[in-house]
Design a protein around this ligand. Structure first.
Ligand code: HEM
Length: 455
């Protein structure tokens, strides 16, 4: 018979319990606190525990702060957790592309696109990435004033248009880029504003603009696809690879699917990468010691030549700068899943329909996993120290089956662009704190202006 001191009684039968979160209001729950400052709200939830209950309007929610539990959600996505509907804005632009698709449809698409972003393929896009950065570096001059956000956005857009669609005449790049810009801006507004809470059928001026932008994107993509098909020759861009991809039963992607996947890769990859670079310049400007260590590595590894894919593995400090930037300013700052019947977290049952939230922002700034978390310290990612970091304490690219398909692309692109530009210049970002704004990606809340300094 058990006694009160029996150690078996100290182990809860269903794993750790959920902790109640901050008190909410009737009907709206914690929505006002979340809406006012989502990042601060997630940090508050984290201070309450590792598995915290709260309410988003009428929806029952759970917030997870502990990497083991985060890993459970991410690796169980598709099996016991559904991805939430991304809303009408995304669907209008991305059609039924991989980001929007679910279940078998998603699996088929993901497996058809995956080969075109494998390391060997990404290596073939690296020369274009570096060349675009060199074009920009050739235009910069000592003392020039720049808008960092605009410069990085134009740069990654050029790279996306060239590596995904294989077009490089200024007219093509501009037409495609302009339509994508409008679509992305409007998706961001809908996502961050009230639009996302409105039913799909409600017409709004923003939604009308999204439809118009999507129509232009359709026409542009069709034109480019037709040119690829007519051209016949093998080209090194992503679109060409999608055109020849076939699934297990030998079926290629349809015209519609090719359009959707190409646009999904563009939207998934462009703003996330440019935002990461913007924050990297901000952090480098505020941390001269790190800036010098980066310059030292670039001089040592590259001397006076431009970097190529073969340098990616050698630029260990540049890679650490990008990882540390993604820790402090993760472009994607939250992921949610919706519990299916029978879902559990930490051995505890989670009621069907419960929304489970994890936030890169909150976990990446948890002092338990990252001592002095506010400090920008790329040394955290040194070989040994980096290996000791829990797989899901740092998850800027998500994890599990839905992990970012462009992880390698994004890392290679960020490191090469930083290497090309920081080898020749430093950016003196104007003084003053810049706070992150929670839109589709974590953006600086105002223009980031800087003076270019030749090294
Ligand atoms: C620093 C840059 C990037 C960051 C921080 C980032 C982050 C993420 C995250 C967190 C997810 C998972 C979302 C979820 O589970 O709900 C994701 C998915 C995705 N990303 Fe990225 N990403 C980046 C760059 C890219 C690039 C360059 C591409 C394309 C070349 C890309 C294409 C995609 C696609 C298509 C998905 C959906 C995958 C799926 O649902 O199977 N991303 N990304």
């Amino acid at each position: 018979m058990s006694t009160p001191t029996d150690p078996a009684l100290d182990t809860p039968p269903h794993g750790p319990a959920f902790t109640p979160g901050p008190k909410g209001l009737p009907l709206v729950g914690n929505l006002p606190q979340f809406g006012k400052d989502p990042l601060a709200f997630f940090e508050l939830l984290r201070s309450r525990g590792d598995m915290v209950r709260w309410r988003f309007g009428r929806n029952r929610c759970v917030f997870l702060a502990d990497p083991d539990r985060i890993g459970e959600l991410l690796t169980e996505t598709e099996r016991t957790f559904d991805q939430p509907d991304l809303g009408i804005a995304f669907r209008t632009v991305l059609g039924n592309g991989m980001l929007v698709a679910r279940g078998r449809d998603w699996r088929r698409k993901r497996s058809l696109v995956q080969p075109s972003v494998r390391p060997r393929q990404v290596a073939s896009y690296a020369a274009t990435m570096a060349a675009c950065a060199v074009e920009l570096a050739d235009r910069w001059s000592d003392g020039q004033r720049i808008d960092v956000k605009r410069e990085m956005s134009t740069l990654t857009q050029r790279i996306a248009v060239r590596t995904i669609f294989g077009v490089d005449t200024p007219a093509d790049t501009e037409a495609m880029g302009r339509a994508m810009d409008v679509a992305q801006l409007e998706i961001g507004k809908e996502f961050a504003g009230l639009g996302a809470l409105l039913p799909d059928w409600v017409p709004t001026p923003g939604r009308a603009r999204i439809r118009k932008a999507a129509a232009v994107i359709d026409a542009e993509v069709r034109r480019v696809v037709a040119r690829h098909r007519d051209g016949g020759e093998e080209r090194p861009d992503l679109l060409s690879r999608l055109l020849t991809a076939v699934d297990e039963s030998g079926m290629p992607l349809t015209e519609e699917e090719i359009r959707d996947e190409a646009v999904t890769l563009y939207i998934g990859g462009h703003e996330t990468t440019s935002t990461t670079l913007v924050w990297a310049w901000y952090l480098l400007a505020r941390n001269p010691r790190v800036r010098e260590a980066l310059a030292e590595e670039l001089d040592r590894v590259l001397g006076d030549r431009e970097p190529g894919i073969e340098d990616y593995a050698r630029l260990t400090y540049a890679r650490a700068v990008v990882k540390e930037t993604l820790r402090l300013y993760p472009a994607i700052w939250l992921i949610t899943g919706i519990a299916k019947e029978g879902a559990t977290i930490g051995g505890r049952p989670v009621e069907e329909g419960t929304r489970v939230w994890v936030s890169q922002w909150a976990t990446h700034r948890d002092p338990r996993w990252f001592p002095e978390p506010e400090e920008f310290r790329p040394e955290r990612w040194d070989a040994e120290a980096g290996d000791a970091i829990h797989e899901y304490a740092w998850f800027p690219f998500g994890g599990g089956p839905r992990v970012c398909i462009g992880t390698r692309f994004a890392m290679v692109e960020s490191v090469l662009l930083l290497a090309v530009l920081a080898r020749r210049f430093t950016l003196d970002v104007d003084p003053g704190e810049i706070t992150p704004l929670t839109g589709l990606t974590l953006q600086p809340d105002r223009a980031m202006t800087a003076t270019v300094r030749a090294r």
